[in-house]
Design a protein around this ligand. Structure first.
Ligand code: GLC
Length: 537
């Protein structure tokens, strides 16, 4: 049997470095802050969360127009976060604890302050002119085509000095690289190599399916939508066939170093697209974002899983995400009165499915969105579209470590306001509480670690169209687990569509204190928001 790669086996934790922990007191998180909290993530014992890898949102030098997603140097660390020496220490200390490190590579575009773009912009004759997408106005004037920018406005920016437009999929401070230029492509690949040689274990690839645009720059066809960008079908500004060749090249590069991975952020993701891009020999994983937009319903989540499993039937590996730095935190999405109970049910789902779970910092304590007043908005699309859309600051507020002033996050003034409930919802308060969300995450993760069925087993729902509860089997040679999740605030009797395999089922984990009745027969009684995980003996 070929050994399972770690990125299929492990739990990956996203850190948004600005907001994780601030060691130098400037109000912005940094690498030394992360270093100081590695034991929270995994100290080798079930007192810690037990994650297998961290993915760092960008820490490269950046003018910060998109908070690091506008990179001015792919091979360095922004002084805001520390130095390359701090980075090396972080990687070493993480590795010592069995935590791998994944870098966020933002190579669809760079910052307009990247020396490549500065040089490209200098003149039409610049040797790096073709590293970006420059075009003349249309005959008679006007933009090269109808493409819109994700963050609002047209995607073409006029450069008065050289009298051409350049293309930017996001902000005008984020010009898109020209992946058709072999030198530019080589330079980007060199940046990957730089980090691999420094010992990183993988990459998260920002907007991985947008690297190429239609060579003829054809107009996107219209479709119904609210904002400009949504009023177009993105046929020509992403998902071009040339992509696969880049994924292949990257795959080979990773193979050269052994045990390294790449997970792609696919724009306008569908499970089918994600499957296509993560087929064998291409990306190791492609995010499946289906959970980030499901209503709170057992049936909705199960349908999303079924679709993902079907899309990957011919190869590839599922992965699941509930929250990240671009979407509202799920504890807020599903919050209301039963936020804690729902956070536990969602965690149990995420961590017992067949597929790599991605956690977002703070979700292990049931962290919710922060409340951001208009004058506090930092995120560019939030500034532009308020009050229609408030931007992504709410899901990026500082990690609450303790009830102290500054929430244990900073001694200074935090760059975004602390969550108002940080005195109750924080790591210290939950650490010794056996019923906390944090304790439940730890139990789930350590159970998963010890269970071959949960990590690698097949997935088989016992209820085909769930109403209030999902029940499924995870089966691997030598081990069988059953997971039952009640998504509702009522007790339910969840009836199975097929008979339960005969076995003595031992309860391994349960949200509710008093013992659960034995599992047998054609269904299971579940208390409100109850999670039960059984193992067949
Ligand atoms: C991705 C990132 C997002 C960023 C954008 C532009 O979608 O996740 O945070 O703003 O790319 O780089």
């Amino acid at each position: 049997m070929t050994p399972t790669p770690w990125w299929q086996d492990g739990v990956i934790y996203q850190i948004y470095p600005r907001s994780f922990a601030d060691a130098d007191g400037d109000g912005v998180g940094d690498l030394r802050g992360i270093l100081a909290h590695l034991d929270h993530l995994n100290d080798g014992t079930p007192r810690s969360l037990g994650v297998d890898a961290i993915w760092l949102s960008p820490v490269y030098p950046s003018p910060g127009y998109d908070f690091g997603y506008d990179v001015a140097d792919y091979c360095n660390i922004d002084p805001l976060f520390g130095s390359l020496a701090d980075f090396d220490r972080l990687v070493n200390e993480a590795h010592r604890r069995g935590i791998r490190v994944i870098m966020d590579m933002v190579v669809n575009h760079s910052s307009h302050e990247h020396p490549w773009f500065v040089e490209s912009r200098a003149s039409r004759g610049s040797p790096k002119r073709d590293w970006y997408l420059w075009r003349d106005p249309r005959p008679g004037g006007g933009l090269p085509n109808n493409w819109e920018a994700v963050f609002g406005g047209r995607a073409w920016q006029w450069d008065e000095a050289s009298r051409q437009y350049y293309y930017h999929m996001f902000l005008k401070e984020q010009p898109d690289l020209n992946w058709r230029n072999p030198e530019a492509r080589r330079a980007v690949m060199q940046a990957f190599r730089f980090w691999l040689e420094r010992g990183v274990d993988g990459f998260r690839l920002d907007v991985v399916n947008a690297y190429f645009k239609d060579a003829g720059l054809r107009n996107n066809p219209p479709r119904l939508g609210l904002r400009g960008y949504e009023r177009q079908a993105h046929v020509f500004d992403m998902d071009q066939p040339e992509l696969l060749d880049v994924y292949r090249e990257l795959h080979e590069l990773l193979e050269e170093f052994g045990e390294r991975m790449a997970v792609g952020e696919v724009m306008h993701e569908t499970p089918e697209k994600a499957a296509r891009y993560s087929a064998p020999g291409l990306l190791s994983l492609a995010f499946n974002f289906e959970f980030t937009h499901q209503p709170w319903a057992a049936s909705a989540f199960q349908r999303a899983v079924t679709r993902c499993e079907a899309a990957l039937a011919t190869g590839g590996w599922p992965c699941y995400v509930l929250s990240n730095h671009d979407v509202s935190r799920h504890a807020s999405r599903y919050g209301a009165r039963h936020a804690v109970e729902r956070a536990k049910v969602a965690a149990a789902l995420l961590l017992t499915l067949r597929g790599t779970p991605f956690l977002y910092y703070g979700e292990e304590i049931g962290m919710r969105n922060g409340r951001i007043r208009r004058e506090e908005i930092q995120d560019p699309p939030g500034k532009r579209y308020w009050p229609l859309y408030g931007g992504r600051d709410p899901e990026r507020t500082p990690m609450p470590w303790s009830a102290e002033a500054g929430a244990g996050f900073t001694h200074g003034r935090p760059w975004l306001p602390l969550n108002r409930d940080f005195r109750e919802v924080n790591v210290a308060a939950q650490r010794d509480d056996p019923h906390s969300v944090f304790s439940f995450y730890r139990q789930l993760i350590w159970l998963r670690k010890a269970s071959v069925a949960l990590r690698r087993g097949s997935y088989r729902p016992l209820i085909r169209t769930p109403r209030r509860a999902q029940v499924y089997l995870r089966e691997a040679p030598g081990q069988r687990m059953l997971v039952a999740l009640n998504f509702s605030a009522q007790p339910v009797l969840a009836a199975f569509d097929e008979p339960l395999p005969r076995a003595a089922w031992r309860l391994r984990l349960c949200t509710h204190a008093a013992a659960h009745e034995p599992l047998q027969g054609g269904g299971i009684h579940l208390r409100p928001y109850e999670v039960c995980i059984f193992e067949a003996e």
